[in-house]
Ligand binder design. Structure first.
Ligand SMILES: [Zn+2]
Length: 394
């Protein structure tokens, strides 16, 4: 009994902390800058207005997790090129428009910070559009204009594939020789024109996926703060998709923000090795799942679910994700970090981070690390609102 009495103050403190976390979390505007549900929706025909048992996001779960603003990624693979990629982008935007139309008063498209604030105040779920991969504009400025008109608020200059005007992290890392032979690494003159055009239109330039040379060319060219919509810290996980300390410092100097990706492979440097061992052990099953889904990521997600106990052992702890947020905040300041989960775009996330209902855990963990409410507000959404306004002007 005595022991229990001694424990009581600690238990009360923990309870108060949990209540604080909840209050802070649901009061803040929570923005996630990267989710791939729309690309999956085209494949799986999910209705995101209803609760789903697969995927990481739908409207009911977004509400539970306190998610106010989701930037949906418009994406197609490198196999789409001239004549097909722009069409595919438009089909995905059509499907977002249709989702919004099916949910009047509940969901709305926003194009600037003022529209976001207005919709959030009304309790509406805000959708925004980010286009992931410069190949989707098919080297045409008028296609940029058309996508901006439909609501595009960031363009990720490359996906894993380079374009004729910008080189990707994957190519700069693994195919440097062929880039040198082709005579261009980084942003070409046309690429610089594109960056300036995006600046003029108030479309944020997204440097996730781009190579280091492209990154520094963008920093030297952009007249507005840029974003990395879904990247982590290279110092904690030396993956080509993550940002080195010098890049992070340059991004902060530009006034930009890096939104931390939840994918286990970008969070934890030991993940790739553990995952390939797991996939090797189940390669026959994986092959037949690929036949069913025609999509490697969806097949891996299904395989993980079928062997949950085993695949959970491959996942990093939640603390490893929080380390990235904390590392970046300490290195370049709390004004330059946010959340860009990559939910619905990867096969594995840290333990406890299963879907959008788990965002409140981030607030809890940041409170434990003594982040103030004002700082947490910035990380959850304030920094996004600032950088959006700096680009769109309102
Ligand atoms: Zn991506």
């Amino acid at each position: 009994m005595k022991k229990l009495l001694l424990l009581l103050p600690l238990l009360l403190l923990l309870k108060a902390q949990a209540q604080d976390a909840k209050a802070i979390h649901f009061k803040a505007i929570l923005v996630d800058t990267h989710n791939d549900a729309l690309s999956n929706e085209l494949i799986t025909k999910l209705d995101l207005s209803k609760r789903q048992t697969i995927g990481n996001l739908d409207l009911p779960r977004a509400k539970e997790g306190g998610l106010d603003v989701q930037v949906f990624s418009i994406w197609c693979g490198a196999e789409y090129g001239k004549g097909t990629a722009f069409n595919f982008a438009n089909r995905e935007i059509d499907s977002l428009y249709a989702l919004i139309k099916r949910n009047p008063g509940k969901m709305v498209l926003a194009r600037n910070a003022a529209e976001v604030k207005k919709a959030v105040a009304k309790g509406e779920f805000v959708a925004m559009i980010g286009v992931e991969g410069g190949h989707m504009i098919e080297e045409r400025m008028d296609y940029i204009d058309a996508l901006a008109k439909r609501g595009m608020r960031y363009l990720t200059l490359t996906w894993n594939n380079s374009t004729s005007w910008s080189t990707s992290a994957a190519d700069e890392t693994h195919h440097r020789d062929s880039l040198v032979k082709a005579g261009h690494i980084g942003l070409s003159d046309y690429g610089k024109q594109i960056v300036r055009h995006l600046n003029d239109l108030g479309v944020m330039v997204d440097v996730s996926h781009v190579g280091e040379q492209t990154f520094y060319d963008v920093i030297a060219t952009s007249t507005k703060p840029v974003i990395a919509s879904h990247s982590c810290a290279y110092a904690l996980d030396p993956n080509q998709r993550n940002m080195k300390d010098d890049q992070l410092k340059a991004l902060a100097k530009n006034g930009g923000v890096v939104f931390v990706n939840f994918y286990s492979g970008f969070v934890d440097s030991t993940y790739a090795h553990k995952e390939s061992r797991f996939l090797r052990a189940h390669h026959a099953e994986l092959d037949s799942l690929k036949e069913v889904y025609h999509d490697a990521d969806l097949a891996k997600i299904r395989l993980n679910a079928m062997h949950k106990e085993e695949s959970d052992q491959v996942r990093p702890p939640l603390s490893q994700l929080i380390k990235h947020i904390d590392y970046i905040a300490k290195l370049i300041g709390v004004d330059h970090v946010g959340i860009g989960s990559d939910f619905d775009g990867a096969e594995s996330y840290p333990l406890g981070m299963d879907d959008v209902t788990d965002y409140p855990k981030i607030t809890e963990e940041l409170l434990k690390l003594n982040y103030s409410e004002a700082d947490i507000d910035k990380i959850l959404g304030g920094n996004f609102m600032r950088v959006l306004k700096a680009n769109t002007g309102k």
